[in-house]
Design a binder for this molecule. Structure first.
Ligand code: FAD
Length: 662
């Protein structure tokens, strides 16, 4: 007999770091009954991750808070590499920090605490203040009704989780350096996990508990993931011997490139990376060559202090001088590169972020990839919970994200070795790192590091020709047999499986220029983007009309149009020669009896008054006469490309039959 309080929720999120908060943002945006718990009593206030790549900013923008991050952050525009080929400290090159023209956002740096703040504000706004991070709360048991897992109907809650509520004192981690300077050692991989101790201590104190019955659970509980342990999954991979210290300081120095991202390889004292930050702060990643792992394979963290770290930095930067008066945060970690074999248990319990992949922080990827895991999963869970999409789409989470994690580990492996090794003395010095190789990896790595090279494989969500088994993890995510492969040739630069790129377009009704991608808000809806082409040509106008007629008369699609599939149109004729109400079928700019016509859905590829011409058709690789139609998923990845005609509408219909329930 138990008198524990019992409640139900659709999605239980464990951990409120970047991955958990991204998941909660989707839940709030889509109106899902979710809960999010974190064992710590407070959010992060300083330190931890700080680099935001272009794709993460596009995602923030789709939720409506990229502008906040950009305003507060330091913008990284130039990178320099040191030293020269002879190993002497000398600026060897200067390059743009990000590949020019890839995204409307360049990389920025801002500490994780602020980023978490933006998420929290957004969650509050969209959930109408009903979804909050429940702090000092953690799960202590999970039981799964195995017989009920495959039944995704709305009244089925196969997960039973006991939650434990901690006191403020129990949930506040001790700082090894006293209260003045925050350190991140308690979160570092050099620290043991304290989850079991917290549970044991709270049990001894007779703390309170409750039962939650959930449909789905997402473990966003970091590298030591409790959730991962419960479902018996492990990460595969190795720790390395490289130990690194991290200092967030306001540096006092004569080193000329201190406000630029740069990598410094000293001849024999190790390497250092400079990341200029907001408010005059600089983050230094410093290799601690004098600290080695012991027989257990792990380094003794008590030997590492801000003083040991700055001394190592001074050696690497010599003959330049480096000191500081203000330290904001510091930590140390040992590089380990591991990835999980499984990202979900029976499409009921999922793992995201560090819970399922760990690697060094230097390449600035962890927070970004962790958020993007949850960005991939969140809308899928929301659509399944709402009874809109088939539960089989949940399988694409693993098939899409595991490959990204593997790529990340491979990238990190290469980058860490190049970064941690000493510079080669000459071409015969095989154990040294060639500076030419380092520079090459740095430049190539920029594409990967931007987050824009993500290319999801064929599945019911990406109608590209190809065998989903080729994704290498055995997950069956094949589309329904009738799904029609997209015609990539109709839109050469809108790649199936990749995110929809952005070029400037104008609003047909008011001439305002917009980056087109900005119109693809993350609101849980797919988008049908009609590249209407030359709408003044009678032939093209007839094709457009018949496509729109078929769209509105399709018994399958009709109930989803506008509700689950938003419509956007981009035409290629001069704006001043076309009229919204005359030249475009009504479904493209629907009439609402209370608010009138929709003026925000039809756009044109034309010259703007103040910001030039976006040349969108040319840049997207779409024919200006005949156009095409593109389906994007709620996360802006491209699912289907077809013609603006009867065959195209059939392709669109078959695509959605493979995704929606009815
Ligand atoms: P975490 O951020 O680890 O969050 C996990 C959350 O779960 C925590 O809030 C924790 O309290 C909670 N939790 C844990 N266990 C439980 C439990 N049992 N019950 C309830 N709650 C629990 N990444 C970048 O992209 N760019 C960078 O520049 C960068 N720099 C870094 C610098 C340092 C020094 C470090 C240590 C990391 C850096 N990273 C960086 C990596 C980045 O911090 C992580 O990859 C990212 O935070 C992972 O996010 P997450 O949400 O998966 O996990």
């Amino acid at each position: 007999v138990t008198d524990l309080q019992e409640s139900e929720c659709d999605v239980l999120i464990v951990g409120a770091g970047p991955a958990g908060l991204m998941m909660a943002t989707w839940m709030a945006r889509c109106g899902i009954n979710a809960r999010i718990v974190d064992k710590r009593s407070t959010k992060i206030f300083s330190g931890q991750a700080d680099g935001l790549q272009s794709r993460s900013l596009e995602i923030f923008d789709s939720f409506g808070f990229a502008d906040r991050a950009r305003k507060e952050a330091n913008h990284m525009l130039e990178a320099s590499q040191n030293p020269d080929e002879e190993g002497k400290l000398r600026r060897s090159d200067r390059v743009p920090d990000a590949i020019v023209g890839l995204s409307r956002f360049t990389q920025i740096v801002l500490h994780q605490g602020r980023i978490e703040r933006f998420f929290l504000d957004n969650i509050k706004k969209h959930s109408k203040d009903s979804l909050h991070v429940e702090r000092a709360v953690l799960p202590e048991s999970l039981s799964i009704d195995e017989d009920a897992c495959d039944n995704h109907s709305k009244d089925n809650y196969p997960l039973k989780v006991q939650l434990r509520h901690l006191t403020e004192e129990e949930a506040t981690p001790a700082q090894s350096n006293g209260p003045t300077v925050q350190d991140g050692l308690f979160r570092s991989n050099l620290a043991d996990d304290d989850t079991d101790d917290l549970i044991a201590q709270s049990r001894a104190n007779a703390g309170s508990t409750e039962i939650v019955r959930a449909k789905y659970m997402v473990g966003c509980d970091g590298a030591h993931s409790w959730t991962r342990r419960q479902i018996g999954f492990q990460l595969e991979g190795e720790p390395t011997d490289y130990i690194w210290g991290v200092l967030d300081i306001i540096p006092i120095t004569d080193f000329p490139d201190i406000r630029m991202r740069c990598a410094v390889h000293s001849a024999s004292s190790g390497s250092l990376m400079v990341i200029p930050r907001e408010n005059k702060l600089v983050r230094l990643y410093i290799q601690l060559t004098e600290i080695k792992p012991d027989a257990s394979g792990r380094a003794d963290r008590s030997k590492i202090t801000p003083d040991t770290i700055i001394k190592a930095a001074q050696k690497i930067l010599a003959p330049y001088k480096l000191t500081y008066e203000y330290c904001d945060w510091w930590t140390a970690y040992q590089i380990g590169q591991r990835v999980g074999k499984n990202f979900d248990y029976r499409s009921r319990v999922f793992l995201a972020g560090d819970a399922v992949h760990t690697h060094s922080p230097k390449a600035g990827q962890g927070m970004n990839v962790s958020m993007q895991d949850a960005f991939n999963l969140g809308w899928k869970l929301a659509l399944v919970v709402q009874g809109i999409a088939q539960s089989s789409i949940l399988k694409t989470y693993q098939s899409e994200r595991r490959r990204i994690a593997q790529d990340l580990i491979a990238f990190d492996h290469k980058f860490s070795r190049l970064f941690s090794g000493r510079p080669a003395k000459d071409v015969l010095d095989e154990s040294g790192v060639s500076m030419a190789e380092f520079k090459d990896a740095f430049v190539k790595g920029n594409m990967f590091a931007s987050g824009l090279s993500v290319d999801y494989g064929a599945s019911m969500l990406v109608a590209k020709p190809g065998d989903s088994a080729a994704q290498g993890d055995g997950t069956d995510v094949s589309s329904s047999s009738t799904q029609i492969p997209g015609k990539q040739e109709l839109a050469a630069n809108i790649k199936l499986g990749m995110r929809f790129p952005s070029f400037q377009v104008l609003n047909q009704s008011d001439a305002r220029p917009w980056p087109f991608q900005e119109r693809l808000k993350s609101d849980g809806r797919f988008r049908l983007i009609v590249f209407a082409g030359n709408v003044l040509s009678p032939t093209q106008s007839a094709r457009l009309t018949s496509f729109c007629d078929a769209l509105t008369s399709s018994a399958f699609l009709k109930p989803h149009v506008h509700t689950h599939i938003g419509l956007l149109t981009l035409h290629s004729v001069k704006r001043t020669e076309t009229e919204l109400l005359r030249d475009f079928p009504e479904v493209l700019h629907p009439f609402d009896p209370k608010t009138g016509w929709d003026y925000d859905s039809v756009f044109v590829d034309d010259e703007s008054y103040h910001q030039g011409h976006g040349e969108a058709y040319k840049n997207y690789g779409v024919d200006k006469e005949t156009g095409c139609v593109v389906v994007t998923r709620p996360d802006q990845y491209v699912g289907f490309v077809g013609e603006v005609d009867g065959e195209g509408i059939q392709g669109v219909e078959e695509y959605f039959k493979g995704v929606f329930l009815s």
